[in-house]
Design a binder for this molecule. Structure first.
Ligand code: ADP
Ligand code: MG
Length: 337
């Protein structure tokens, strides 16, 4: 069974019984942005809100997809210069800002390298060093310019918002649910979670934090009114002939899938797009780099899980995390500023 499907089942179990109280539950399942999504919303506006949010996500996918021949990103990638909607321009600017602040760990122009590894078509392969170094010549977020709604790429470049689009979709889904009067909802977008308010009974949502090394959860995080986004290479990966496992997040320094001892990075913050961008970037940085970045930037919390059995959790959420009883061999370290 695919890890994501398992995660969904675990979530469903965790939320079983959430419908207590007078608030009516409405669940909408759909497939978008290449992943399973579920909106669970409560109250009288839930059905309309969930429908409108799902349509909005489909609209964002049409705008931002790298593969859809009608998307704005596709037009940009195939001409090198294009006028885009102000929404797309904003999201590109946001991704470029995070690229800057993470010193290129988030690299929105990594797409040609990702393609060479076959992640975009599922025809996985290990490219040669020469092929990778040739492709890396056209990878550099600093060569992308956004001038109002006109975006220009450097020679041979392609832009991919795959590391931030789902997070932004979560923000938009939340906004639309609120507009429809919904005060309580859990938006699950293939691993990304966006929480609107608390559970209908007034308690916090309880989220399973997946064990990246095996099945099950390392623990439960209680949270409300925020986004929770995890990046890890276990989600989409392939095993090469020599047994090496390669995942879909690429280290822009060397063009090779990240393999730095960090198994997953979970970011907790208000904004879904920020969580999504940082989860990918901090996963690339590795445990030490991520901790350094967190100390220098105080607008988010995080959980890092490493391959030597350590869980680092920032003090802002450490009281909200319960270690799973089957994972007590893991050592939990609280990070303070
Ligand atoms: P997921 O989409 O599985 O939830 P992420 O948000 O971490 O996970 O995004 C991973 C996607 O981002 C990849 O599938 C690829 O499209 C893109 N990507 C891979 N490496 C990088 C990188 N270093 N910077 C920006 N985007 C990346
Ligand atoms: Mg991401």
């Amino acid at each position: 069974m695919k890890p994501k499907i398992i995660a969904v089942i675990i979530l469903c179990l965790l939320f079983a019984g959430c419908s207590a109280g007078s608030s009516k539950e409405y669940v909408s399942d759909f497939f978008a942005m290449d992943t399973f999504m579920r909106i669970t919303a409560y109250g009288s506006g839930a059905e309309n809100g969930a429908g409108a949010a799902a349509r909005r996500i489909a609209e964002l996918e049409r705008l931002l997809s790298v593969t859809d021949g009608n998307s704005e990103i596709y037009a940009l990638n195939h001409s090198g210069n294009a006028g885009v909607s102000s929404e797309t321009a904003d999201l590109i600017s946001f991704a470029l800002n995070v690229a800057e602040s993470t010193d290129g760990a988030l690299e929105p122009t990594i797409y040609p390298v990702l393609s060479a590894w076959g992640f975009t078509t599922d025809n996985h392969r290990v490219p040669s060093e020469e092929e990778i170094s040739e492709l890396l010549k056209n990878v550099d977020y600093k060569s992308v310019t956004v001038d109002e709604n006109t975006v220009t790429l450097g020679e041979g470049m392609m832009l991919d918002l795959g590391a931030v689009a789902k997070g932004y979709a979560g923000d938009e889904a939340e906004r639309i649910l609120r507009e429809n009067g919904v005060e309580s909802a859990l938006i699950y977008l293939g691993g990304n979670i966006q929480l609107l308010g608390k559970k209908p009974d007034g308690s916090e949502w309880r989220l399973g934090i997946k064990d990246p090394a095996s099945e099950g959860n390392v623990g439960i995080l209680s949270a409300s009114d925020c986004a929770v986004v995890t990046s890890g290479n276990y989600e989409r990966s392939f095993t090469a002939d020599d047994g090496t496992v390669y995942g879909h997040i690429i280290d822009p320094e060397n063009g090779i899938p990240v393999n730095n001892g960090l198994l997953s990075a979970t970011i907790v913050a208000k904004e879904g797009r920020m969580c999504d961008a940082l989860s990918t970037a901090l996963f690339v940085m590795g445990s030490d780099g991520a901790q350094e970045y967190w100390r220098a930037n105080n607008n988010f919390d995080m959980i890092l899980i490493t391959d030597d059995g350590e869980i680092f959790i920032t003090d802002g959420i450490s009281d909200s995390f319960e270690l799973d009883s089957a994972h007590t061999s893991l050592s939990v370290k609280i990070l303070y500023k």
